[in-house]
Design a protein around this ligand. Structure first.
Ligand code: AMP
Ligand code: GLY
Length: 419
């Protein structure tokens, strides 16, 4: 069959690469793709929000399965639009994608269904938000309600910082409409885990727990980024914790969404904080995580087409998800300056890689036959190993064969799990 992947980052490259291993797949298209995806798929320059254009392309090219990477098309209803035309597509409906699209919705939902999360209150009025901050005290967390490309969350150490964040979001409209409401949350302490689960609306099957590294510098210093590296499985989320999260977070969420008339199909991504009172939900995402998907799919043995079809056809209970032994690590190489301003167009050199490594591309493009940088996160160097330690060593050894001017990467991806 022909398949279409929507998006153009490291996550989408990992999806395309995994699809290319499926004997069920004839042709892979990716809109818009990137310089590395172009080696494994036909890249088509259609905007990810041009639903009519994507639908037209899918029909004309006999696309029988579409997989959506990023959150914005999902929250804007790409799945509803494809399904209306009778096209098979992997991802949640617009109504279900509210779990990521509105933090106020997600928090109210969690409260209603007793899903463990930080204490909170949501406000459409900045004075009331500030009063609540004064009552709650610092540290606390201020979140813009809507999508803000991962930048709408401010962990405020002092009350002043929280008040300033409220002003920036609600008065200065730094994130536009996404800041019409704010959520103010209790500050949670602990280690974070990304638990991505497949669900067909009834059955929930967790994938390997992963850990992201959000800060730009080693030892979790500096500003937040989209994610500077990830590894899986994350040993902090062992079998008994996984079972607990399955029973107390994932299943109640999927059952609750069904009761709300918003049945959820696709990947439910629970961002968890492992507190001393147990795991609590920091946020839900309604899609594959990036970079987490890179190490996770590198370890997935099962056929991705079969898995996606079983979600779409609501037969996930019949699938036995299989994983390769061992561990995988993805180290992101970013443009110098990211997450702030950076230059593009730097020529990239990638040497020959061992079988244990796959270099997934994010911000790359081919310009006159030369691979160059075109974004903040440029490459996701993903390696396998029998042990986590070996996977880490393999990834960093592979990076020695990669160069572009001003490249920046963290040197401690996965180190936390080694103790
Ligand atoms: P979110 O997009 O809601 O996951 O927030 C982004 C990041 O902010 C998370 O990965 C955490 O590092 C941090 N964060 C969010 N909520 C809280 C909280 N209640 N307590 C502490 N840190 C938080
Ligand atoms: N790695 C975080 C995310 O995908 O949102």
């Amino acid at each position: 069959m022909n398949v279409l992947v929507v998006g153009g980052g490291g996550r989408e490259h990992a999806l395309v690469w995994k699809l290319s291993k499926s004997p069920m797949v004839d042709k892979i298209y990716c809109a818009p793709g990137n310089g590395g995806i172009a080696n494994e798929a036909v890249c088509v320059s259609i905007d990810i929000l041009d639903f009519a254009g994507l639908i037209d392309f899918a029909k004309r090219n006999n696309v029988e399965l579409t997989i959506v990477g990023p959150e914005v098309p999902l929250t804007q209803g790409i799945v509803d639009a494809f399904e209306k035309e009778g096209l098979a597509i992997f991802g949640p409906s617009k109504m279900a994608a509210e779990l990521e699209g509105s933090k106020a919705f997600a928090k109210d939902f969690m409260k209603k269904y007793n899903i463990p999360t930080a204490e909170y209150s949501a406000f459409a009025n900045s004075h009331e938000a500030k009063e609540y901050v004064r009552k709650l005290g610092a540290p606390c967390v201020v979140k813009a309600d809507g999508l803000a490309a991962g930048k709408g969350v401010i962990v405020a150490i002092t009350e002043e910082e929280a008040i300033q964040a409220i002003d920036e979001i609600m008065e200065d409209k730094r994130f536009g409409d996404a800041g019409r409401q704010v959520v103010i949350e209790e500050f949670l302490q602990g280690e974070e885990v990304s638990l991505l689960a497949l669900t067909d609306g009834n059955t929930v099957v967790p994938m390997l727990p992963a850990q992201d590294h959000k800060r730009i510098y080693d030892n979790d210093q500096g500003p937040n980024t989209g994610g500077m590296g990830a590894y899986a499985p994350a040993p902090i989320c062992d079998a008994s914790m996984l079972k607990w999260v399955q029973e107390n977070i994932l299943q109640p969420t999927v059952a609750g969404m069904k009761r709300e008339g918003r049945p959820f199909k696709g990947v439910l991504y629970a961002g968890l904080m492992i507190t001393n009172k147990g795991p609590k939900v920091l946020e839900f995402n309604v899609r594959f995580g990036d970079p987490e998907t890179q190490p996770i799919l590198f370890l997935l043995e099962s056929d991705l087409v079969q898995v996606c079809n079983s979600v779409i056809n609501e037969t996930l209970s019949q699938i036995d998800l299989k994983w390769h032994q061992g561990h995988a690590v993805c180290v992101v190489i970013a443009s110098g300056g990211y997450p702030n301003d950076y230059e593009k167009g730097k020529p990239i050199i990638i040497g020959e890689m061992p079988d244990s490594t796959k270099v997934f591309h994010a911000g790359t493009m081919v310009n006159n036959g030369q691979l160059v940088t075109s974004g903040g996160r440029v490459l996701g160097v993903t390696s396998r190993g029998e042990t986590l330690d070996q996977a880490i060593k393999n990834a960093y050894k592979s990076i020695e064969k990669i160069y572009f001017p001003d490249m920046h990467f963290r040197r401690d991806i996965g180190a936390k799990a080694l103790g």
